[in-house]
Design a protein. Structure first.
Length: 297
């Protein structure tokens, strides 16, 4: 899907053109939802009852995308201009379109790109181009500012999917819920840095309680998570949506006691002939026989 038309400056010429863009986006989104021929993203299925958890990878590194998306543990990818700069990616519509295609090819269910601009109107213009790349895949991030909410209100009228980001207080979650954002993204680690005494953690818990009490459809997308243990503690408090860096993702698989146990298993298997080539059937044959003969629990 081609980006929606803008002027040479990348901004609508006037309010009438902006309204036209919004109407076009609404029509394109409706078409993509109804007609499979217009879908670029992965096929949507009913939400699994297995888990409500959603993990996002907070990175613009394609190398890291290829590594971590191959685990099938991550629901999607989140980025912002700072992450793009850190990972050496240009913050341009052309490059983000390229990244969108790459994410789609890797099986990403959602790609989150952040709109930029110094006014609500300029953010709306960029957001329309971002969302128009693939309405089935893209969620547009907007800052939790007056201009950001003004832009969000206009975009939601055209069914553009929104994440309100840069949240630091529980009261801001009320605003995100009110505007119809799909996600509200607090920066946990930075909140702890700013407030001290782990107050950021308690503020995030309060945010989750608010959304639960209000029976809100807005998900709390907890960002700036620095340790897996903190993510687990928040999950125990009801949080079910997180975005983590590749470094934190690596920590999830670097539990020394687990690695020691696996090494002991392998040593025992080797001593007991598991790798001998002249005994028994291959693994694939054993699996085949198990499947063929299995007739009960």
């Amino acid at each position: 899907m081609q980006p929606l038309p803008t002027s040479n400056s990348g901004k609508p010429d006037n309010q009438q053109q902006l309204q036209q863009q919004l109407q076009q986006t609404s029509a394109l989104y409706s078409m993509s939802m109804l007609d499979p021929a217009h879908r670029r993203g992965p096929e949507k299925t009913e939400p699994s009852s297995w888990t409500q958890l959603r993990l996002f990878l907070d990175s613009a590194s394609v190398t890291n995308w290829e590594l971590w998306m191959s685990t099938r543990l991550f629901y999607g990818i989140t980025t912002n201009p700072t992450i793009l700069e850190k990972d050496g990616q240009r913050c341009t519509l052309t490059n983000l379109q390229r990244l969108c295609h790459l994410g789609e090819d890797l099986g990403v269910k959602e790609m989150q790109f952040q709109a930029w601009g110094d006014s609500a109107q300029s953010m709306v213009s960029v957001a329309l181009d971002l969302f128009g790349m693939n309405p089935e895949l893209v969620v547009v991030k907007l800052p939790c500012t007056l201009e950001g909410f003004q832009a969000a209100a206009l975009l939601r009228e055209s069914s553009v999917r929104i994440t309100m980001t840069g949240i630091y207080t529980a009261s801001q979650v009320l605003l995100a819920q009110s505007v119809g954002a799909e996600y509200a993204a607090p920066y946990l680690g930075r909140m702890n840095d700013a407030y001290g005494n782990n107050k950021g953690f308690h503020e995030v818990v309060e945010m989750q309680r608010i959304l639960h009490a209000q029976k809100a459809r807005t998900r709390l997308l907890v960002a700036s998570v620095r340790e897996p243990s903190v993510m687990a503690s928040l999950a125990a408090e009801g949080c079910d949506t997180f975005t983590i860096s590749p470094a934190v993702a690596g920590k999830l698989f670097a539990v020394s006691y687990t690695l020691d146990a696996v090494e002991a298993f392998e040593q025992s298997a080797r001593r007991m002939g598991a790798y001998d080539q002249d005994e028994g059937a291959t693994t694939s044959t054993l699996l085949h026989r198990h499947g063929a003969n299995h007739s009960g629990p």
